[in-house]
Design a protein. Structure first.
Length: 101
């Protein structure tokens, strides 16, 4: 359904990947919907037992975005899981280990 001002509905993907399982949900939302709207309607956080949504760990196509970001048709909303280890610390430890050998 489109008008002269553009589509009234948009289609987006919402994804969440955990080490043991990944899920992708395709949604049709009202034009002007936000990232938070998409996540809420996807139901993805509830599909993963023990997963706690962190509003600072969200993105669109790999670019960090906030929950109030308005979505465009075709956007891919990504819910990021917490890191197990700090990448900087892992690199530092690896460099120290290599320096000793």
């Amino acid at each position: 359904m489109t008008s002269q001002n553009g589509p009234q509905r948009i289609q987006v993907e919402v994804v969440l990947a955990m080490p043991e399982r990944q899920e992708l949900v395709v949604l049709e939302l009202a034009n002007g919907s936000t990232l938070a709207d998409a996540i809420s309607q996807s139901g993805l956080p509830e599909m993963f037992e023990g997963f706690e949504l962190d509003a600072t760990r969200l993105g669109i196509f790999g670019q960090k975005a906030g929950p109030q970001q308005v979505l465009c048709d075709g956007d891919r909303v990504e819910i990021y899981r917490p890191l197990i280890a700090d990448p900087k610390e892992v690199r530092r430890q690896r460099a120290l280990k290599q320096a000793k050998t």
